[in-house]
Ligand binder design. Structure first.
Ligand code: SF4
Ligand code: SF4
Length: 549
């Protein structure tokens, strides 16, 4: 196996990356190799889909499969080799069926490369070929920079696929997005070596991701209403209980519907905390608040939860024996031996909740306030603009993205501590849990901590920044705004590419820089976008405020 797609990749020798028997995330070498083959097969499907589309032939099942299959290969999503092997074979079946359908109208030449992949009959034979499909295949010929750029595009596209999946399961899709996904993956299937061309492809992925985040925003708000400032209980109440983790609002809604009037309280975990601010979800009286913290604390959180736990998307880590029997996966998520919910039927979860003890008493109440999506912030835009003009708000710090277990992530807590009282912090993604346990006060009634939501709500942040730039008649890069982006996995890679595609400069990226960015690529990104590595938090804040560190 070789994998260096996430921030927790291993640095045990000169070659940064997980390349022993198991990655830091718990992904074993069999699953990792099968995921490489799956990506190869999906690229081949995209090659055929791209060419068939040019002939006017499309297939929604193919489009859905592409983003679903890519989603299973994100960090902390699917660790089940049986499922990944099935997906490889399904990709080839779909590809051949689509090619046949397209050829009925006009001959469809099979493109070279992944489109001609034929999986051997057994998993063992498949794995014997895996080295040829790994992300570093061909490195000796093309060099580290080309490999680094190819995976930058691939990992960005994985993030795009995940966000698009969340939109499509709510019934929101767009043919232009399906077409662009197939086009970019098809380009990637040709193993491009041109560095400027690959950089442009990476920015294309970022531009595509903006459209996908916009669609997901429309899907979430169109289905569940616009998030509104909401005080959320962070401690449990007595009663039977279900914990729902991940990012999928649709799965949470289905569980809420199924448990209505059943005497079961439903709690969010991790990246589902922002769900408590959506009107149609918080209208359920048994949505009882949030339990626990970000994904990396799930061993403690899930072990302490006296009911079933549902993982609707990333970030799953190896379940411990103490709770493995009461955890369920849904959608793209999987772990061998863990019960998987099929077809959105969560009744086994409800049965488990009824059989388990639940909380025996109310815990002392603790709360946090969330729900400052763009409409809430822009609703007080006049007050915000006045506060900036009067100097009451000196600067905004966007502290956005993923959380993780690495000690370097204290950086984000330290940024919040170092940010002076006349600054406002905008959070999104599960990195918020580093900051939201503290009361940061307000500036003339405007809370100093405004949580915008999940990581995909970077779209909200972009809209707020654009509106402020319009109000001040300047560019986003001229606003008193510093972006401290905390990356962990491939959704964050997609968001970063979106910010770069918008021409946003001076982003601080951390806690460490991606291992796949070579010194040459970093130099290019620094020169074009002033991309910065995290330094000392207090010094970075002081520099942002124009002070000597
Ligand atoms: S996803 Fe991250 S931790 Fe897991 S194998 Fe890949 S680089 Fe390693
Ligand atoms: S924001 Fe990133 S790290 Fe956090 S739960 Fe979502 S995917 Fe995982």
């Amino acid at each position: 196996m070789f994998c260096y797609q996430c921030e927790q990749t291993q640095h045990i020798d000169a070659l940064a990356g997980c390349h022993s028997q198991k990655g830091t995330c718990g992904k074993d070498s069999v699953t990792s190799d099968l995921q490489d083959i799956l990506i190869h097969a999906v690229k081949g499907l995209a090659q055929v889909s791209h060419r068939a589309r040019a002939l006017g032939v499309t297939d929604a099942a193919v489009d859905d499969f592409i983003h679903y299959a890519l989603f299973t290969t994100l960090t902390n999503v699917n660790f089940n080799p049986v499922r990944i092997e099935q997906l490889v074979r399904q990709a080839v079946t779909l590809r051949d069926a689509l090619a046949g359908k397209a050829a009925a109208g006009a001959p469809l030449a099979t493109p070279p490369g992944p489109a001609s992949y034929q999986p051997p009959a057994t998993q063992a034979l498949m794995l014997a070929e895996a080295a040829g499909f790994g992300v570093r295949a061909g490195m000796e010929t093309v060099g580290e920079d080309v490999i680094g750029l190819r995976v930058l595009v691939l990992y960005g596209m994985k993030g795009v696929a995940a966000y698009y999946h969340h939109a499509t399961v709510l019934g929101f899709r767009h043919p232009d997005i399906d077409a662009e996904i197939a086009r970019i993956l098809s380009d990637l299937a040709g193993d491009p070596t041109d560095i400027p061309g690959l950089l442009a492809l990476a920015l294309d992925a970022g531009t595509l991701n903006l459209k996908v985040m916009e669609l997901l925003d429309a899907a979430n708000t169109g289905t569940y209403g616009t998030p509104e400032p909401t005080v959320v209980r962070m401690t449990p109440r007595a009663g039977k209980a279900i914990l729902v983790s991940g990012h999928d609002l649709g799965d949470l809604a289905r569980i809420l519907d199924l448990t209505a009037g059943a005497g079961i309280l439903v709690y969010t975990h991790g990246e589902l905390l922002p769900a408590n601010a959506y009107p149609a979800l918080k209208a359920h009286p048994h949505l009882a608040g949030n339990f626990g913290s970000a994904w990396q604390d799930q061993h403690a959180d899930f072990a302490a939860f006296p009911g079933p736990v549902v993982l609707t998307s990333n970030c799953l880590i190896e379940p411990q024996r103490s709770y493995k029997g009461r955890i369920f996966t849904a959608g793209p998520v999987g772990w061998p031996g863990v019960r998987h919910i099929e077809n959105g039927d969560f009744s086994p979860v409800v049965q488990a909740a009824q059989a388990l003890p639940g909380f025996t008493q109310d815990a002392p109440e603790k709360t946090t306030t969330i729900g400052f999506a763009r409409d809430s912030v822009m609703g007080v835009a006049g007050a915000v603009i006045d506060a900036v003009k009067s100097g009451a708000i000196r600067r905004f710090f966007l502290i956005g993205g993923c959380d993780g277990a690495a000690p370097g992530r204290n950086y984000y807590t330290e940024v919040a501590e170092a940010a002076p009282a006349d600054t406002v912090m905008l959070t999104l993604g599960c990195g918020k849990f580093r900051i939201n346990g503290t009361d940061h006060g307000d500036i003339g009634g405007i809370p100093r901590l405004l949580d915008l939501g999940q990581c995909n709500d970077a779209y909200s942040a972009i809209k707020i920044a654009s509106a402020l730039a319009d109000a001040f008649q300047c560019g986003v890069n001229d606003l008193p705004l510093s972006m401290m982006v905390s990356w962990f996995e491939q959704k964050a890679t997609a968001v970063l590419l979106s910010l770069l595609a918008l021409g946003i400069k001076g982003i601080h990226l951390g806690p460490t820089l991606p291992a796949f960015l070579t010194p040459t690529l970093l130099a290019v990104l620094q020169e074009k976008f002033d991309l910065r590595a995290n330094g000392d938090a207090a010094a970075d804040v002081a520099r942002a405020l124009g002070q000597a560190a």
